[in-house]
Design a protein around this ligand. Structure first.
Ligand SMILES: C[S@@+](CC[C@H](N)C(=O)[O-])C[C@H]1O[C@@H](n2cnc3c(N)ncnc32)[C@H](O)[C@@H]1O
Length: 209
């Protein structure tokens, strides 16, 4: 390929947390592929845009058709290496034809806010997964970091752990990290399950120290 398909980690969301090399790669692209929010935030008028929805097979087909002729950038949120579409691309496109540009993960910004190291953290995503393994992980790790989301909201996760006799643990939630309205909430499993706040786009950290 004349140009590799560049998969760019755009950071946690705010324009302040994207790297200069990522911005350069985006500027240089003829085609941008990514979630609508990322296309709106980082796209330029002169670029063709292909939104990723629930159309993953179509996305791959589109990239394969265009990659011979055009500079394509695929935008992913946070870092390319953690629960990212980058991994799906690797399964369908030759890794020789891909280049990854890392970004700041939602977990990195969360642990920076907490001023805690995250080298000991167990990291899990619960998107569309069963929670069966979670009680064991939470009991065995001093820090568990979760990417929350459909269907597992922080409240439902707290409820599930309480139902599994795990109580009294401290929890921190980071919502919309990097944005001006970012919120960090310190609570406990026992309080969280009746919390009525909307925690869409949040990471959740459970402490068992
Ligand atoms: C598909 S995962 C992508 C993770 C991404 N690769 C990363 O490094 O952060 C999406 C999940 O990441 C978390 N997330 C992404 N951006 C966030 C932000 N700005 N604030 C809080 N959580 C965020 C949420 O748990 C969200 O459901």
């Amino acid at each position: 390929l004349a140009h590799k398909v560049r998969v760019v980690g755009t950071g946690p969301g705010s324009e302040k947390y994207i790297t200069p090399i990522a911005l350069e790669a985006i500027r240089d692209a003829g085609i941008l592929v990514g979630g609508q929010r990322l296309l709106d935030t980082f796209g330029h008028d002169y670029q063709e845009k292909f939104p990723i929805k629930n159309n993953l097979t179509t996305v791959i087909k589109y990239i394969k058709e265009k990659m011979q002729f055009e500079k394509i950038v695929v935008l992913v949120s946070g870092d390319t290496g953690i629960f990212s579409f980058a991994n799906y691309l690797l399964k369908h496109i030759d890794s020789e034809d891909l280049e990854f540009i890392p970004g700041i993960s939602s977990l990195q910004i969360m642990f920076a806010r907490l001023k805690k190291p995250w080298n000991e953290a167990q990291i899990l995503s619960l998107h569309g997964r069963s929670l069966d393994i979670l009680p064991t992980i939470v009991k065995e790790s001093p820090i568990t970091a979760l990417l929350t989301g459909n269907p597992w909201t922080p409240q439902k996760i707290a409820r599930f752990l309480l139902d599994n006799q795990i109580t009294g643990l401290k929890v921190a939630i980071g919502k919309d990290l990097s944005y001006p309205h970012e919120k960090i909430v310190h609570t406990t499993l026992d309080l969280l399950f009746e919390d009525k706040q909307d925690y869409t786009n949040s990471v959740m950290v459970i402490f068992n120290e």
